[in-house]
Design a protein around this ligand. Structure first.
Ligand code: F6R
Length: 355
C-alpha cells in the first residue's frame, strides 16, 4: 500500500496529474459555463418537442446531469442516447446535443451525421477531432472545450458548456447562481480532500484505505443520486482499473437486494450516496437496504451531498468520488490516467471497419 500522505509518491504514481485534474473541477465548471454562454450561431429552439443528448463514456455524463437536474423543470423530455443509433423520434423539432471530448468517437459521430441528415437542430460540444471539422463545414453550432486531457476529467467543461449554451439559446433559465454554488462547494471540497491534507483529516484518502480490495457497489436515489453513483462506478473503473457496480434506488429494492440475502458479501463495499431532494418514498429504503447488505458481510458506507441546488449537491457527490477513486488507484500503485484497454478497443474496431 502506498502512503497517501507521501506527496512525492503520489506525484510519481500519477505523472499525468489526474489528482490536479480532479482538484480543478471547480475551475472547469466556471470556465466551461462562460464558454457555453458565449456560444454563437445556436439553433432557434421554438416549438421544440424533445432534447436528445448523444455521447459515450465520460462525454455522456453531462447529459445525465442535464436530465437529472432539469427533467422536472423542462417542458420537453430529455433523453440521453449512448448508442450509434439516433432514436426514431428525432426530427426537425428535436434538439440533438452531440458531445464527444475527442470528437472522434464512432457512436457519437454516427448520431451527429444522422441528426444532420434528418434536419434536427444541433449543437456539437467537443475539443476538436472529426466532430469539430464536420460541424464546422455543416454550419452547426460548436462549443469548443479545452482539450489535452482525459474525457472523464473534462466533466466540468462538458457539463457547464452545455448548460451555458442552453441558457444562451433560451432553453434553460439563468443558471449562474446554481453554477456559482456548485463551484463554491467544489472549491471547499478540494480544500478538504487535496493531496496536502493528511489521511487522518481527509475523507477521500480514508475511504480509499477502507475500500482496500473490495468491489465498490454504489447506490443513489433515482435522479441526481443515481447519476452520481454511475459516475463513481465509472471513475473506479477507469481511474482504479477495477470492476465496480452502480444501481438506483428504488429499482435496486426490486431485484439487487435479493442478491444480498446470503452471507457472501464480504468482498464488496456498498456506498450509498444521499441527497436532500430524495423522494419521501425512497428515503426510508436506504437504511433498510443497507442493513440487508451489511448482514451479508458487505462493508457499508454512506455519504450526504452538500449544498442547496440540485447541481451543487450532485457535484459535491461527484467531487468526493473523483478524489476517492484517484486515491484508491494511487494507494495500490496504479496510475489513474491511462485507459489502455479503451484505446486498444477503439483502435481494433477502427482497423476492422477500414478492412
Ligand atoms: C476516458 C473516458 C471514456 C471516453 C469515451 C468516449 O477518459 O472517459 O469513457 O469518454 O471513450 O470518448 P469521447 O469522450 O472522446 O467521445
Amino acid at each position: 500500500m502506498i502512503d497517501l500522505d507521501d506527496e512525492r509518491a503520489l506525484r510519481s504514481i500519477d505523472p499525468s496529474g489526474m489528482l490536479d485534474a480532479v482538484a480543478g473541477l471547480s475551475k472547469d465548471l466556471s470556465d466551461g459555463f462562460a464558454t457555453g454562454l458565449s456560444a454563437e450561431d445556436l439553433p432557434v429552439l421554438d416549438g421544440l418537442s424533445a432534447v436528445t443528448f448523444c455521447g459515450m463514456g465520460g462525454s455522456a455524463v453531462a447529459g445525465d446531469v442535464l436530465r437529472s437536474v432539469f427533467r422536472e423543470r423542462l417542458g420537453v423530455p430529455v433523453d440521453v442516447n449512448r448508442s450509434p443509433v439516433l432514436p426514431g423520434y428525432c426530427g426537425t423539432h428535436t434538439l440533438v446535443i452531440v458531445s464527444s471530448y475527442s470528437g472522434n468517437t464512432a457512436e457519437t459521430l454516427a448520431c451527429f451525421r444522422e441528426a444532420l441528415h434528418r434536419g434536427c437542430r444541433l449543437i456539437a460540444i467537443t475539443s476538436g477531432g472529426s466532430l469539430a471539422i464536420e460541424a464546422d463545414s455543416a454550419g452547426v453550432a460548436r462549443v469548443i472545450v479545452r482539450g489535452g486531457g482525459q474525457p472523464r476529467a473534462a466533466l466540468g467543461w462538458l457539463t457547464a458548456a452545455c448548460l451555458g449554451a442552453l441558457q444562451a439559446a433560451g432553453l434553460l433559465p439563468d443558471m449562474s447562481s446554481d453554477v456559482a454554488e456548485a463551484v463554491a462547494e467544489l472549491q471547499a471540497l478540494a480544500a478538504r480532500l487535496g493531496p496536502d491534507v493528511p489521511a487522518r483529516d481527509n475523507l477521500a484518502k480514508e475511504l480509499a484505505h477502507r475500500l482496500a480490495d473490495r468491489t465498490p457497489v454504489i447506490w443513489g436515489a433515482d435522479g441526481i443520486g443515481s447519476v452520481a453513483a454511475a459516475r463513481w462506478k465509472a471513475q473506479f473503473n477507469e481511474n482504479g482499473k477495477i470492476v465496480a457496480f452502480a444501481s438506483s434506488m428504488s429499482e435496486l429494492d426490486h431485484n439487487e437486494v435479493v442478491g444480498w440475502e446470503r452471507p457472501n458479501g464480504e468482498s464488496y463495499a456498498v456506498i450509498a450516496l444521499r441527497h436532500g431532494g430524495e423522494h419521501s418514498e425512497i428515503m426510508p429504503r436506504f437504511p433498510l437496504s443497507l442493513d440487508i447488505a451489511k448482514a451479508s458481510g458487505a462493508h457499508v458506507e454512506e455519504f450526504r451531498a452538500a449544498g442547496r441546488s440540485a447541481l451543487a449537491q450532485l457535484f459535491s457527490l461527484i467531487g468526493l468520488g473523483d478524489f476517492a477513486s484517484v486515491y484508491h488507484a494511487i494507494s495500490r500503485g496504479v496510475d489513474p490516467t491511462p485507459v489502455v484497454v479503451i484505446e486498444r478497443l477503439k483502435a481494433a474496431l477502427a482497423a476492422g471497419s477500414s478492412e
